[in-house]
Design a protein around this ligand. Structure first.
Ligand code: NAD
Length: 334
């Protein structure tokens, strides 16, 4: 099957080439983001392979339809960048990679917790300056702390497993509690109680109309003063302005995030030679008790191998006229 890979990055190409030796698709790598100007690169293809940076709006889906393309594989777990409803109406099949490595993201979230707690970056800066003073570097034992996991699906569950190993008390909140969570002593509660009791809160929810802006001024006000907030889910689950206000007041004591609500034209590119235009981002990254990474939680060798393998499997199914088990329908959208 001829498939055009938009937003392709050097770090993933070798994994696609290697996986494709078993699948034999005709893969065309395009560095550009999928948009009105670049879509013509997909002329003559049977499928498009996208990433979270490619917005598949009603308009773009219409252009895909006009190119006679009926298959889109996103090489991501999240699919909030795709109008699934619109695609279904046009008869365009969309498939994702529902699970490539929940460990990759859960481990990244834990890394943010530990780095913030133990003041890793300030400590490292002092080392460069030969400043060996330990003043203001005091952290806390993870053992015995209460961690609230909001969203206990595949990634939230692995997070619970890791934190259970640290000896944390774990509170969970989810629309559909995960029966596997009991093995890690997760106690389910409502959002309000979780916020009141947790020393650390970590978000593992999809971005949907209900989770958009879930962590806002009102919810933050219910959290323990000095709470640590971790977001490796999607940027817009959190109201960044509300987090900034809470950091200024000390209501949030530390913030770690791998995602940012306006990351679309910012992340995944080198902007180092430019003047930063995003004032919200400039402010959030200015705090010494904030660690931000540029949507890299997924970036492990296992994850990249599995992303390539599952994406090509989705194409295999379509090539022989079968539905892939990873296809997304309006019903699967939470
Ligand atoms: P999942 O579907 O296994 O789990 C999500 C959980 O959230 C489910 O248990 C679901 O019931 C729950 N949920 C959904 N809406 C809810 C609501 N309104 N209130 C309470 N609970 C709700 O998904 P997953 O694989 O664990 O991934 C979670 C999210 O992590 C993805 O949707 C994606 O946005 C994000 N993600 C980020 C990265 C990264 O690199 N930073 C990589 C992969 C996934």
């Amino acid at each position: 099957m001829k498939a055009v890979i938009f937003s392709s990055k050097q770090y993933e190409k070798a994994y696609f080439h290697s996986a494709n030796t078993q699948h034999q698709h005709d893969l065309i790598f395009i560095d550009a983001v999928l948009n009105k100007e670049t879509i013509s690169a997909a002329q003559g293809a049977q499928a498009i392979i996208t990433f979270v940076t490619d917005t598949l709006s009603e308009e773009i889906l219409g252009l895909i339809y006009n190119l006679n393309i009926r298959h889109v594989a996103t090489r991501s777990a999240g699919y909030d960048h795709i109008d699934i409803n619109g695609a279904n109406q046009l008869g365009i099949c969309i498939a994702n990679v529902p699970e490539y490595s929940p460990h990759a993201i859960a481990e990244h979230a834990t890394m943010l917790m530990l780095a913030l707690n133990r003041k890793l970056l300030p400590g490292q800066h002092r080392m460069h300056d030969c400043n060996f003073s330990l003043e203001n570097l005091t952290g806390f034992d993870m053992n015995g702390k209460t961690v609230g996991i909001i969203g206990t699906g595949k990634i939230g569950l692995i997070c619970a497993k890791i934190l259970h190993g640290f000896g944390c008390t774990i509170l969970g909140y989810d629309l559909k509690p995960n029966p596997s969570a009991t093995q890690y002593s997760v106690r389910y509660t409502n959002l309000e109680t979780l916020c009141q009791k947790a020393d650390i809160i970590t978000l593992h929810l999809p971005l949907t109309t209900t989770t958009h802006g879930l962590v806002n001024q009102t919810l933050i006000a219910q959290m323990k003063p000095g709470v640590m907030l971790i977001n490796t889910s999607r940027g817009a689950v959190v109201d960044t302005k509300a987090v900034i206000d809470a950091l200024k007041l000390g209501q949030i004591g530390a913030f770690g995030a791998d995602v940012y609500e306006n990351e679309k034209n910012l992340f995944f590119k080198d902007h180092s030679g430019e003047i930063l235009q995003d004032d919200l981002f400039a402010r959030i990254k200015s705090f010494s008790n904030v660690i931000l990474t540029g949507h890299q939680a997924f970036l492990t060798d296992v994850a990249l191998k599995n992303i390539a393998e599952t994406t090509l499997h989705n194409l295999d199914c379509w090539q022989v006229g079968k539905a892939s088990e990873n296809e997304l329908t309006t019903l699967s959208v939470q």
